[in-house]
Design a protein around this ligand. Sequence first.
Ligand code: SAH
Length: 423
Amino acid sequence: MSGNPYPLGLRLAGRRVVVVGGGAVATRRVPALLDAGAHVLLVAPELTPALRAHADAGRLHWAPRRFAPDDLDGAWLVQVAVDDPLAAASVSAAAAERRIFCVRADDRAAATAWTPAVTRHGPVTVAVLGGGDPRRAMAVRDAVRALLEVREGALSAPAVPEGTRPGRVALVGAGPGDPELITVRGWRLLTEADVVVADRLVPGLLLDELRADVELVDASKIPYGPSRAQEEINRILVDRALAGKFVVRLKGGDPYVFGRGGEELLACAAAGVPVTVVPGVTSSIAAPAAAGIPVTHRGVAHEFTVVSGHVAPDSPASLVRWDALAGLRGTLVVLMGLKNLAAITATLLAHGRPAETPAAVVQEATTGAQRVLRSTLGAVAADVLTAGLRPPAVVVLGDVVDALGGAGPEGIPGGGSGSTGQS
Ligand code: SAH
């Protein structure tokens, strides 16, 4: 077949698409069809477990048999994902007879339609055809994707002048520290923001890449005490959104883990400002992981409890049953716990948690300044002072601390009781 391909965006919602074959190719093709809202009929005697899961969940219809030409009746498109050239040719013939476009994974020359290499960025879809060479298409697609990741804000922001579109707020988890640990959606919204209100714990490199015209509000520089400051942050979010801005409230870790995300959501809701929440990688799991500590491990811990240590255990303001936590066998992760660490460990010991329980402290996890201290429940408070560890740090207590024997993903420099080291 000669002539250049004619690019189209097929709108498949509610339209039947037939996929013939149930192997690796079909497994890769089906999700985008489902995402487009197509009614997928999958014809194959056997399915991969992933396809089977789609069928079991009712997301597509599975005909557990070989292809028959009338499978194509009523279809708008067919994708052939079988190796057998004769079987594939019979699908092609049935498709041609019915004037249905036919994508052939096995034979591009015999296909009447080609699937492009694709990258999606919110509302924008980029599709690349490589003139018959799929690897060239993928290379171009990757290059375009890299460009979009930098410039996407400008490209994907709605083409409506500021002030005439309704504002909104996104509460975005920035992850624990490494700028690569923000989610794809969080990153995309950040590149679209008119205003970014960032926490102290937010990775600086993320802010480095903001467009020059973005208003950056450093929430940690707001004067007044903590509760007035929070009111002030809420006010900034609401005011900017009501002025038509897209405001990203960027928060360390996950917005709802000791992050006051709930308060900000309520403040926006009360003012009638639409809010979306993008979860983040929380330091309560990522900091232990960065030190080679899995928060659960088969045969070691079947639970992990995340608790804030910012209120001393004996304070009337404490909402934590430290006595009950002392009775648990599993992993205890303490955030904001350095200041009260001596009182916390003393309380856990007094209520029966053994002094030799392994302990670790991870400071500035997933950043270049990460430090890891390994100790025991009985010794960790003193060891933290000796080593001069500072917030932000996560304290991990439980047998999981030793579960991987100090053989973390990147190893644990200086691992072993009481020592510290850079990771
Ligand atoms: N929402 C955040 C937690 C906010 S509370 C999250 O989900 O991670 C702030 C506490 O989080 C800090 O006092 C510290 O205990 C912990 N923390 C945040 N980032 C950290 C990091 N990179 N390394 C170690 N602890 C961190």
